[in-house]
Write a protein that binds this ligand. Structure first.
Ligand code: SF4
Ligand code: SF4
Length: 178
């Protein structure tokens, strides 16, 4: 696919998706050599440090209505990242409509997971999806008192399992590939 055509299509697709920024796919983004964490922190990004390594927490605070509000100054890893779907689009392996369909279906699964998490009593708390799922699943349930909660949790766990598989197969990159 021609570079300018690809860029335009990617802009449309990412504006409908946002999953690599909103805590669906990742919990953190690692800072790279040469980056100035304090500068990124001043822009409102959630910069943290553990064992001398800086990283940014997700969901990213710069994401507003699925758009990056610090696009020109975004971290290096954000600049380098193209998910599998965009890679396949660029190589001509898939078409924009197919990628959009994949995004819409996957986002519907994400919304289902979020709905089930809320049904389990955990309100939106600004944490990444995997952390919210783990918190729900690690909370003890009294089967006798809350039998319906048990079936909601089962559905949540199964939907989350299918979502993880889909994200790994269709969106995330293999480790160390970028
Ligand atoms: S996961 Fe892919 S399509 Fe979605 S916002 Fe990120 S790069 Fe764009
Ligand atoms: S800085 Fe921009 S591109 Fe990077 S995670 Fe945040 S919203 Fe996404």
């Amino acid at each position: 696919m021609q570079s300018s055509t690809f860029t335009e299509a990617a802009t449309r697709l990412c504006a409908a998706c946002g999953m690599c920024c909103d805590g669906t796919m990742f919990q953190i983004v690692r800072m790279q050599p040469g980056e100035v964490p304090a500068k990124l922190g001043k822009m409102g990004l959630k910069i943290r440090c553990r064992d001398g390594e800086y990283y940014m927490e997700q969901p990213c605070s710069a994401l507003v209505e699925k758009r990056c509000t610090v696009y020109e100054q975004r971290p290096v890893r954000c600049r380098l990242f193209n998910c599998q779907q965009l890679g396949r689009l660029e190589s001509g392996e898939t078409a924009e409509d197919d990628v959009m369909r994949m995004i819409v279906e996957t986002r519907a699964m994400v919304e289902r997971v979020k709905g089930l998490i809320e049904q389990c009593g955990l309100r939106e708390d600004g944490q990444a999806l995997v952390e919210r799922h783990e918190r729900v699943m690690s909370t003890p349930v009294n089967e006798a008192l809350e039998p319906e909660l048990l079936s909601v949790r089962e559905e949540l766990d199964e939907t989350m399992r299918r979502l993880r598989l889909r994200l790994n197969r269709e969106f995330r990159l293999p480790p160390n590939s970028h």
